[in-house]
Design a binder for this molecule. Structure first.
Ligand SMILES: CC(C)(COP(=O)(O)OP(=O)(O)OC[C@H]1O[C@@H](n2cnc3c(N)ncnc32)[C@H](O)[C@@H]1OP(=O)(O)O)[C@@H](O)C(=O)NCCC(=O)NCCS
Length: 396
């Protein structure tokens, strides 16, 4: 017999502290963070706890955020995080109860979408989340990767001692690529704590339109090595000039044999930037944003579509049932309709399509969407096409 679990918001800072400790205990592999004050890392009013006989055994948190959708608009977004259940209490439905309550709350707040980063791929689909952005890691053999002739490095500035979170946050705040999400103050604080826990200090280089942060890997054997790698884990570029200037600077670093960049978009133009495209290799690709449309009608209405004939889609949603129904989607409007459906799918599949990361044809072939009218998937792909792959670039 297991005791019933009570789910409620954590109003007391001491409870949030305990829930955070539960998350850190559940999340095997996280480093110890010295000097962490939980109140700096969480937003009041959003942390849900699962209680058994008065003790917290699980939790689910979120941040108030925005997400950039195709066309450049920002929609209200809940950045879901700090999900964990004590290893003594798993597989009793505690996450199921937390996730349902959390989605209900997010809907009540009027937030249009939620997203998260998944520790494991098998957890979140059942709650309506689908993979909406994917990222790649690239390795560039710096000495072979001569930039092509038209490639202008442009002025960059060494920011190291000036790279305060406030300065970087102000640069990041202009993010406008599809899939970008907010980085709230709590996110920057947590990153500073992770940074402090790492013995190797990162270097930061800035440009009027962005910045890049990198650190050398394997510094213990650095000067004896003929494979010196720097890892670029945060590259923000609001313009093509900024992108070329920052990457150009990185490819010009003396001492360095390999520049590893990631996460980056799966269609990053790196291979076209260099004279020898074989100097650039993709060394990994993985799911990034798990997106959940919370208000399907508002979400469909918030993004832009290409010029093509409208389609009628039928959506199933077993968690937020009010989303279930038919929608007509076209370049001029997206709204509920009573018309006969041409395509049917569940909300997780629709969430994968929403930012333009997956195609309708892929999902029909995979059996995740059903085409009820011949040619509807091709038409839907024309409407949903975005021209470039969505990407977040922010882990949380
Ligand atoms: C992931 C986690 C929160 C799941 O909590 P839980 O309370 O055990 O989940 P539930 O009991 O509600 O599981 C619901 C369903 O999801 C499945 N599921 C849950 N976690 C799973 C996992 N890691 N892998 C595969 N299936 C999983 C369960 O088997 C169950 O399926 P069923 O309904 O067919 O029986 C918990 O295992 C945990 O804290 N893991 C370590 C920390 C972590 O990974 N957190 C997530 C960070 S993104």
């Amino acid at each position: 017999m297991t005791a019933p679990v009570d789910i409620r918001f954590l109003d007391d800072p001491a409870e949030r502290e305990r829930a955070f400790a539960v998350f850190w205990r559940a999340m095997v592999g996280l480093p110890a963070l010295g000097g962490a004050r939980v109140e700096e890392l969480v937003e009041p009013g959003r942390y849900l706890g699962a209680f058994e006989r008065g003790a917290i055994v699980g939790g689910a948190n979120s941040y108030t955020s925005w997400l950039v959708v195709p066309g450049g608009g920002r929609v209200a977004h809940a950045a879901v995080t700090h999900i964990g259940v004590l290893p003594t209490h798993t597989r009793r439905g505690i996450l199921t109860a937390l996730a349902a309550r959390q989605l209900d709350d997010i809907a009540r707040r009027g937030e249009v979408v939620a997203s998260l980063r998944a520790s494991e791929g098998a957890i979140y689909r059942r709650f309506g989340y689908g993979v909406a952005t994917t990222s790649s890691t690239y390795r560039v053999r710096r000495r072979r990767a001569a930039p092509h002739a038209a490639f202008d490095h442009g002025p960059v500035e060494l920011l190291d001692s000036a790279a305060s979170p406030d300065r970087l946050a102000a640069i990041y705040e202009r993010a406008s690529w599809t899939g970008a999400v907010a980085r709230p103050p709590q996110w920057w604080r947590l990153r500073a704590l992770f940074e402090a826990a790492d013995p190797v200090t990162p270097y930061t280089v800035g440009h009027a339109d962005g910045y890049a942060r990198y650190r050398p890997l394997g510094t213990a054997a650095w000067f004896a090595s003929d494979e010196r790698v720097v890892k670029v884990d945060d590259l923000v570029a609001h313009s093509d000039d900024g992108y070329r200037a920052l990457v150009g600077h990185l490819l010009g670093l003396d001492l360095v044999d390999v520049v590893e960049l990631g996460p980056r978009p799966v269609d990053d133009p790196l291979g076209h930037l260099v004279d020898d495209p074989r100097s650039v290799a993709v060394v990994g690709t993985r799911d990034e944003t798990w997106l959940r449309l919370v208000d399907v009608e508002a979400a469909l209405g918030a993004r832009r579509y290409a010029e093509a004939r409208p389609v009628v889609v039928e959506v199933a949603d077993s968690v937020l049932e009010r989303n279930a129904g038919r929608y007509i989607v076209g370049p001029d409007k997206a709204a509920r309709t009573k018309a006969a459906p041409e395509l049917s799918l569940d909300v997780a599949a629709l969430s994968s399509l929403y930012l333009g990361g997956a195609t309708w044809r892929q999902l029909v072939r995979a059996g995740r969407a059903v085409e009820r009218e011949a040619g509807a998937a091709v038409r839907a792909d024309a409407l949903f096409a975005t021209g470039s792959q969505p990407f977040a670039g922010t882990n949380f």
